[in-house]
Write a protein that binds this ligand. Structure first.
Ligand SMILES: Cc1cc2nc3c(=O)[nH]c(=O)nc-3n(C[C@H](O)[C@H](O)[C@H](O)COP(=O)(O)OP(=O)(O)OC[C@H]3O[C@@H](n4cnc5c(N)ncnc54)[C@H](O)[C@@H]3O)c2cc1C
Length: 469
């Protein structure tokens, strides 16, 4: 209680919440991690974050940062502990249209930044289904990816400058808007993706991109998954690298979407095994100005390429969006992925990446080995195919932790054999701690522990997550 009084003095009584007021942070998005925090602190600015961490480090109290609480690995879950919510630090300080940067506080919601950038005829290209809740602090702390990584990179690639508060309350100011900065170790990129282990991110300078004047969006069915990479390369070659998204939805995913979403329609008259969402973006007037028939050159190009591949038997079917509403329908199908995965329990949720040309092999081996081990298991997946990231989930036949561990180990084995990563975009949090312990290079793990020890010697920042003991 002494600590509650001390924290209340920093943030004000209205912003130190206990009991029922903390209910909104009592469970993670997946419903796997349940338990209310002891207290939620909602600082107004960096100075208050620094004061909280100074006090917490004096009292040796652990502090877990939380932003939108949409993480899928239990990283922001702190039952009984101090949760530091950045949601009040939500100012967009500046959009600089000439330098194409945005300077924002950590609590800015991703979709809010999208709107602010678009008002200046620009975009912040990182996007995914949880954009209406996820905040910049969480996005950077998890080095989030999403559907446009193929063309624009992940959060790390889109961040120029950063401000963070360290465990002892010191503020590290890396808020430069420069594209080049070789002044010593890359601390910005160390903090990005560190899942609240090394500091609390309070502000950032982000890169903006030109707003596409037109999109060409299609659902494409190809005979085999191995044909998909040729389609991607062909479209990128023909369009000068205009492919923004290339998402794989297998038949089981399409069927689940039809079964579970009211009003959902199939992408094609017939059901196909390999369905790809393709999205090309044109930023130049040349590619985006409609011709006499009302169609843009970028859509003409997409249709030409798909037509040629249809003639060659490399594409089975294709539906090109003719309106924003049709494009939205195509995207809604893809963005329902998290809901379509987590409604059913028990679910084993993995998030892996393999080299682009190994995705079909990964799926073939993982499916075969998982179902050989557990004949009642049902694999269920979707992939950001353009960057080799597969959300490979399995509904096992039982709920025992031995069975679930065995299945995770099988998937990890395949990933390791193919030179992939067991954690492509959601981070490690709690759910991948065991995998981290057994699969990460031991020297890399030792380095991480040393860095953690140097920056947070008392281990008060987000304990029990990301870096295994
Ligand atoms: C429907 C849905 C779709 C999704 N799609 C994608 C996707 O395509 N790609 C993708 O990468 N992720 C995706 N995610 C996962 C999730 O949205 C991202 O990981 C997102 O970046 C988390 O942001 P958040 O603000 O909700 O962070 P939170 O969940 O609040 O926190 C995530 C982690 O970051 C830490 N943290 C939060 N704020 C800070 C801060 N200011 N400083 C330091 N540490 C902090 C937390 O302690 C925690 O460890 C999806 C989630 C959902 C629910």
């Amino acid at each position: 209680m002494t600590s509650l009084r001390a924290f209340t003095e920093i943030v004000g009584a209205d912003h130190a919440m206990i009991g029922a007021d903390t209910a909104r942070w009592a469970r993670d998005w997946t419903g796997t991690y349940i338990g209310a925090p002891g207290v939620v602190l909602r600082p107004a600015d960096t100075a208050q974050v620094a004061a909280i961490l100074r006090k917490a480090s004096q009292l040796r109290l652990s502090v877990t940062p939380v932003s939108g609480n949409t993480g899928l690995v239990g990283g922001a879950h702190a039952p009984g502990g101090v949760l530091l919510s950045l949601d009040r630090m939500n100012a967009i300080r500046e959009i600089n249209p000439r330098a194409r940067t945005a300077t924002v506080e950590a609590g800015v919601i991703l979709s809010g930044l999208h709107a602010a950038a678009e008002a200046q005829d620009l975009i912040f290209p990182l996007t995914f289904g949880a954009r209406g809740s996820a905040m910049i602090g969480g996005v950077l702390s998890t080095n989030a990816g999403g559907s446009n990584v193929l063309r624009h990179g992940n959060a790390r690639d889109l961040c120029l400058g950063l401000e963070a508060v360290l465990a002892d309350g010191r503020v590290v100011d890396l808020m430069k808007a420069v594209h080049k900065d070789n002044s010593g170790l890359d601390l910005r990129n160390l903090l990005i993706g560190s899942e609240g282990q090394l500091g609390v991110i309070t502000a950032a300078v982000l890169k903006l991109s030109p707003r596409p004047r037109a999109h060409a969006t299609a659902m494409v069915a190809v005979p085999e998954l191995t044909d998909a990479l040729d389609l991607l390369n062909r479209l990128n070659d023909a369009s000068g690298g205009a492919v923004e998204a290339f998402e794989y939805m297998p038949r089981a995913y399409i069927q689940t979407h039809l079964d579970r979403v009211a009003g959902a329609r199939p992408p094609f008259d017939a059901m196909h095994e390999v369905n790809i969402l393709v999205d090309l973006a044109a930023t130049s007037e040349r590619d985006a100005t409609p011709g006499g028939d009302g169609q843009t050159p970028i859509t003409d190009l997409l249709e030409q390429e798909l037509g040629a591949m249809l003639d060659a038997g490399r594409v089975l079917d294709a539906t090109v969006a003719r309106s924003e509403a049709q494009r939205a329908e195509i995207w809604a199908r893809r963005e329902a992925a998290a809901e379509l995965t987590f409604w059913r329990k028990p679910v084993i949720d993995t998030d892996v990446a393999v080299p682009l040309d190994f995705v079909p092999r990964f799926l073939e081996l993982a499916d075969a080995r998982v179902t050989a081990h557990d004949p009642g298991a049902e694999p269920f997946y979707i992939a950001h195919l353009g960057d080799g990231n597969v959300h490979y989930c399995v509904y096992p036949s039982g709920d025992s932790s031995a069975l679930k561990d065995a299945i995770v180990t099988i998937v990890e084995d395949v990933v390791t054999e193919l030179g992939g990563s067991f954690s492509a975009e959601h981070g490690v949090g709690q759910s991948k701690l065991a995998t981290m312990r057994r699969r990460k290079d031991p020297t890399a793990l030792a380095m991480m522990r040393r860095i953690k020890q140097a920056l947070d010697p008392q281990g008060i920042l987000n304990p029990g997550k990301t870096i295994p003991d």
